[in-house]
Design a protein around this ligand. Structure first.
Ligand code: TPP
Length: 325
């Protein structure tokens, strides 16, 4: 972002974006650090490097807007206001977790804060988001529904069924593709004959735009404009592809640069352009120290509370599987 663009951003927004970015980064770094111990019971797909998307999008939403996401969902859950204590308890498999300890990191949910769910199965929450948004349209409720997914999800049949239906019925859903280039160890170039995801989406009759640089202000501004169009009425669905970079391995706390399929140099420009560091540099030192201290205390507390929570009783195993009245 250039100097003049920076001056346009008010200090309160800069602090909110920084707090959210830094908080997510620290939570995930803490998860990675603690992962070799035995407290975290589920696999973890870290979004370190990708935080600017969840933060830029969710800061442009209202509290009663809703989001649907993927197994790489910590950033989205936290950016939308999902309860941190309940997230860490969920990773610990404890009864105070957001899915009562039975879902783990890949199945985060906080309906009260508009986090409608995340799933381990690629692309499966995309039709859920479209269905929810269709219901909002029929009820004439102008709430924004966001569907987050990766570039790999755009290879699933259900993705095309969902965007076709959304375009046909002019369902006001905002699709956000987090394109980090990789589906596990396979690059987009080895999976798709053309890399033009937005072009494919436009062919279904939907506006689509790509944000190249991962800039949190660009993402925030683009989503704020999209949300305003959606709230105003008949925008139909909109699609935003955000280019980004995953710095850790696909699943787990470590890196994968030593495996040979990609190198640190491949991701260097993203790592050097770190959104957390860039935002930190925009905030006066004392103010930033206060934000950081509050974030550290909150995270420490969350891990302490999670450890104090019991595991669910064995007789809970068959509860909450189907809807219970
Ligand atoms: C339907 C389905 N197919 C395959 C998998 C195995 N799988 C898990 S993650 C993943 C890669 C998905 O990549 P992408 O959508 O780009 O998301 P990212 O992991 O980069 O966030 C695959 C193929 C799965 N979980 N579900």
């Amino acid at each position: 972002m250039n100097e003049s663009a920076m001056r346009l951003h008010d200090a309160a927004l800069v602090e909110r974006l920084y707090r959210s970015l830094y908080r997510i980064r620290r939570v995930e770094e803490d998860i990675a650090r603690r992962y070799p111990g035995n407290d975290i019971k589920s696999p973890v797909h870290l979004s370190i490097g990708q935080e600017a998307i969840a933060v830029g999008v969710c800061e442009a939403l209202a509290p009663d807007d809703v989001v649907f996401g993927t197994y790489r969902g910590h950033a989205m859950y936290l950016a939308k206001g999902g309860d941190l204590d309940r997230m860490i308890a969920e990773l610990f498999g404890r009864v105070d977790g957001c899915a009562r300890g039975k879902g783990g990191s890949m199945h985060l949910v906080d309906v009260a804060r508009g986090v409608m769910g995340t799933s381990a199965v690629v692309a499966t929450t995309i039709p859920n988001a479209v269905g929810y948004a269709y219901a909002m349209k029929l009820r004439r409720e102008p709430r924004i529904v966001v569907s987050f997914f990766g570039d790999g999800a755009t290879e699933e049949g259900v993705f095309y069924e969902s965007i076709n239906f959304a375009a046909l019925k002019r369902v006001p859903v905002l699709f956000v593709c987090e394109n980090n280039g990789w589906a596990i160890h396979t690059h987009q170039r080895q999976r798709q004959a053309t890399l033009d995801i937005c072009g494919r989406v436009r062919a279904f009759g939907m506006d689509a735009q790509r944000i190249e640089d991962g800039d949190v202000f660009d993402i925030h501004g683009t989503v704020a404009a999209a949300a305003a169009r959606m709230r105003a009425g008949d925008s139909g669905p909109l699609f935003i592809e955000c280019m980004t970079s995953r710095w850790r391995e696909h699943v787990g706390p470590g890196e994968d640069f030593e495996l040979g399929f990609r190198s640190r140099e491949d991701e260097a420009r993203w790592i050097e352009d770190d959104a957390v560091a860039k935002l930190a540099a925009l905030i006066p030192e004392r103010q930033r120290a206060a934000v950081d201290a509050a974030v550290h205390a909150e995270i420490e507390n969350a891990f302490t509370r999670a450890a104090a929570s019991p595991f669910p009783d064995a007789d809970e195993l068959h509860r909450h599987v189907f809807h219970e009245r």
